[in-house]
Design a protein around this ligand. Structure first.
Ligand code: ZN
Ligand code: ZN
Length: 358
């Protein structure tokens, strides 16, 4: 690989060494010089054009994460331009726009054999980190299964939504929302609002968002919610109960990752309805379920986790179609050098998703 690729022009047009962000301890981020490795067989070196902030990153920044030992390179939602390819790569060429998910399953284990690749130990145990950087090396297993050439007209910011969108697509594959249905989303964070965009693009008749925070609720309205309910108001539960002709929502999607959200979701769904428990709660959280309500109201509980290659492909197709207007979820932009500021903004709920542009 040409060593000139290891340096890149900084904002002033001068050449500077490549960098990447490392999370050294909760709240301690450092931008370090980084020499991008030459890609080995099946690998691709990507020049990052956009990385997106994610709730997982915020949690990790606040208190660490059981899955990622610190210090760790940081950031896992990205898109970029191919800077170099390893032996055997024919699908991508230097200069191509590329989008990828940060994990891929093994394709050979018990779960992969049964089409539940989201539960493959490799799918969740080998997450590629290091997207808050000038360059990131894509391992062969990701390039082979979960990487796509970016359509020319698709902005890098939208292309970087591939991974969170794949999670949402997986949930909808399980829940199968119907156009005639009334759907309630619990939680107005980036995931709740990504669910909203996908549901509205699928022509779902009535999508209501119940959540907290005036700014977030305003964003939910701007992104197409048919109704927005402030969860902090006393009348919130009664307002939800009036949905769907007073029967209650057919489908409730929990997107807060908080026990209160899970309880709310179970309490609000109509008899015979479906509940999607989408947001993972902190470890050792225990949910109490009223068995009478569960059984005699015939509730259907779904708890989708992660995504499968077919969900990544579907998410890619949705982004490529430009039907979602998914870029509207990204409402902040910062340079890599200002990454610390990004986490302060996320911590204060001032932005849904922030684009980090090297
Ligand atoms: Zn993410
Ligand atoms: Zn597997």
């Amino acid at each position: 690989m040409n060593s000139a690729r290891m340096i890149k022009a900084n904002g002033n047009g001068a050449l500077a060494p490549a960098r990447r962000a490392v999370l050294k301890a909760p709240g301690v981020l450092e931008i370090q010089p980084f020499t991008p490795p030459a890609p080995g067989p099946g690998e691709v070196l990507l020049e990052v054009r956009c990385a997106l902030s994610c709730g997982t990153d915020l949690k990790t920044w606040r208190r660490g994460h059981p899955m990622f030992r610190l210090p760790t390179p940081f950031g896992h939602e990205f898109s970029g331009t191919v800077a170099a390819v390893g032996e055997g790569i024919e699908r991508f060429q230097v200069g191509d726009g590329l989008m990828a998910a940060p994990t891929a399953p093994c394709g050979r284990c018990f779960f992969c054999d049964r089409g539940q690749e989201n539960l493959c130990a490799d799918a969740v145990g080998r997450m590629l980190m290091g997207a808050y950087a000038d360059f990131i090396l894509l391992p062969a297993y990701i390039v082979a299964r979960n990487a796509f050439r970016k359509p020319a007209g698709l902005p890098f910011e939208e292309a970087a939504l591939l991974e969170p969108l794949a999670c949402v697509v997986h949930a909808h594959e399980m829940a199968k929302p119907e156009p005639c249905e009334s759907v309630l989303i619990v939680g107005a964070g980036p995931f709740g609002l990504l669910h909203l965009l996908v549901l509205k693009a699928a022509g779902i008749h009535e999508v209501t968002v119940v959540g907290r925070g005036a700014q977030r609720l305003a964003w939910a309205g701007e992104l197409g919610a048919d109704r927005v309910i402030d969860a902090a108001r006393d009348e919130a539960a009664a307002e939800v109960a009036r949905l769907n002709g007073g029967i209650g929502p057919d489908l409730v999607i929990e997107a807060t990752g908080q026990l209160d959200g899970w309880h709310d979701a179970l309490a609000r769904v109509r008899r015979g309805g479906r509940v999607v428990l989408f947001g993972g709660c902190p470890a050792n959280t225990v949910l109490n379920v009223d068995t009478r309500r569960m059984h005699y109201d015939n509730l259907n509980l779904l708890a989708p986790f992660h995504y499968r290659p077919r969900d990544v492909k579907r998410a890619f197709e949705l982004l490529a179609s430009r039907r979602l207007g998914a870029g509207r979820i990204v409402n902040g932009r910062r340079r890599l050098a200002d990454l610390g500021e990004v986490f302060a903004m996320l911590d204060h709920g001032e932005v849904l998703k922030c684009a980090i542009i090297p």
